[in-house]
Design a protein around this ligand. Structure first.
Ligand code: NAD
Length: 446
């Protein structure tokens, strides 16, 4: 039939046997054109044409398919106004909706053009790096070693493990268990000692292919420098400190916020890289939060770690206690208010007992808000609203963990995307890990 829009079969436009008008539902006087109405014989012909083409097309290269789909996408997008108009004219969607749908179709072709190339057959295998040195901190004497040793062995690497010299006991016990696992001699090795001596010897050793280090920023810098100065250069993985913010908004569940702050700031004596050391609190809830948190702190039992009922154990050693006390003195000098705690405590046994400590009226520029203290010391920073809270949370040299306490989905969702930290917690303490998901900071110092 003359002037009719035809079927496309086997690479050609085929004259129509029958046709019907395509009427505009917005204007019944408007007939777009007559369009072919296929007959069973044309179905037969179309299937036969597709069958004939399949053998070659199914073996065409992904690049060829990419190019065809990309060309289709390009033309759809270039003609979006015209095609959108046609769509709206025959279907009745508004013009912006019609154009929007055409754009979407163009995007779909573009996406699957890319997918075609991804179909190129590549085999990715996990292979061992070689001999790896694992250097760990004292504050998680068994879990951090486990998190380095287990994956190293799982992928076929051989290990030289150097634990922190403050905590050789857990490392030694773990090595005892590993020694009985049936692994061949030499696959796993333990060397205990001072980091500055044997840690350094490991980093310079040409036989070590990779180093996984967790510890402080200062040591991490040395580790990176030594590992890249060595020949051949070593692969380096660094996990370092934190100055993690916990934001508490006016609409937070107060009880839960207090638990998140208590857990994050004071449990494990605050000696966690993911500890909440900056409590960033909006002004509407500030006083209530400080009061309730102080009450909760008063209820914490600081005592021998082995005693039943102890909530907060001692600081790890004399030098860490001295560091905590130096920062407490510094906080006062800087003009923060020592709201509660900060006293060294005497208990039945001689030990390094320190009261959980809360500063208020903290300014984020103070050193107690910028440097990792690594003790049971937290500072409250008062802010006017959510926007200021995020800005203050992100104003730090670290980027390990961040948390928010709020009942607002809007703020929780926004914070998850905009907190500049490797891990973001909602209505949970900043500390705490799941071993089946990645753990790590942003490439600041975290
Ligand atoms: P650290 O940096 O003093 O020591 C870490 C390890 O490095 C120890 O085994 C130490 O003996 C070794 N070491 C020291 N000097 C070395 C050198 N020159 N060459 C090679 N190795 C050397 O840290 P620490 O005091 O044991 O641990 C506390 C720190 O660890 C805190 O900063 C904390 O935030 C951080 N940490 C980070 C994470 C994390 O996953 N991001 C987890 C736990 C602890």
């Amino acid at each position: 039939m003359h002037g009719t829009q035809q079927n496309f079969i086997g690479g050609t436009w085929v004259p129509a046997v029958a046709a019907a008008p395509n009427v505009n539902p917005s204007n019944l006087n408007d007939v777009i054109a007559d369009y072919a109405r296929a007959q069973p014989a044309e179905v037969e012909a179309a299937v036969a044409a597709a069958t004939a083409a399949f053998a070659a097309y199914s073996r065409s290269t992904p690049q060829e398919r990419f190019e065809a789909l990309k060309k289709i996408s390009d033309e759809i997008l270039a003609r979006k106004d015209e095609l959108g108009r046609l769509l709206s004219r025959e279907e009745g969607k508004t013009l912006p909706e019609g154009i929007g749908e055409v754009v979407r179709a163009g995007q779909i072709f573009a996406f699957f053009a890319g997918e075609a190339v991804r179909g190129i057959d590549v085999e990715i295998t996990r292979e061992p790096v070689g001999i790896v040195a694992l250097i760990t901190p004292w504050n998680f004497p068994v879990a951090i070693p486990a998190w380095k040793i287990a994956p190293a062995l799982a992928y076929g690497n051989c290990v030289v493990f150097k634990p922190a010299d403050l905590v050789p006991g857990s490392a030694h016990a773990l090595a005892g268990i590993i020694s009985k696992s049936g692994l061949p001699p030499g696959v796993f090795n333990l060397v205990m000692g001072r980091g500055s001596e044997i840690g350094d010897a490991l980093l310079r050793h040409p036989g070590i292919a990779a180093v996984s280090f967790t510890g402080s920023v200062a040591t991490g810098r040395k580790v990176a420098a030594a590992a890249t100065a060595a020949t051949p250069m070593k692969k380096v993985q660094l996990e370092m400190g934190g100055k993690n913010p916990l934001v508490v908004l006016d609409d937070a569940d107060l009880k839960n916020a207090v638990e998140c702050a208590t857990n994050g700031a004071f449990f494990s004596t605050g000696q966690r890289c993911t500890a909440s050391s900056r409590l960033i609190v909006t002004r509407g809830i500030h006083d209530r939060l400080v009061e309730a948190l102080t009450e909760r702190m008063k209820s914490l039992v600081v005592d021998d770690a082995l005693r039943a009922g102890t909530h907060v154990g001692p600081v790890v050693d004399r030098s860490q206690l001295d560091q905590d006390l130096r920062y407490i003195a510094l906080g006062k000098e800087e003009g923060a208010k020592l709201h509660w705690g900060g006293e060294v405590l005497n208990r039945d046994n001689p030990g390094f007992y320190l009261q959980p400590t809360l500063f208020t009226e903290v300014d984020n520029r103070m050193r107690i808000a910028r440097e990792e203290i690594f003790g049971p010391v937290a500072g409250v920073i008062r802010v006017k609203d959510y926007d200021e809270a995020v800005a203050v949370a992100n104003d730090t040299d670290f980027g390990l963990s961040a948390g928010i306490c709020t009942t607002s989905l809007k703020y929780a969702s926004h914070f998850k995307r905009h907190a500049e930290a490797g891990m973001v917690m909602v209505n949970l303490p900043t500390a705490g890990v799941d071993y089946h998901v990645p753990f790590g900071g942003r490439p600041l110092c975290g």
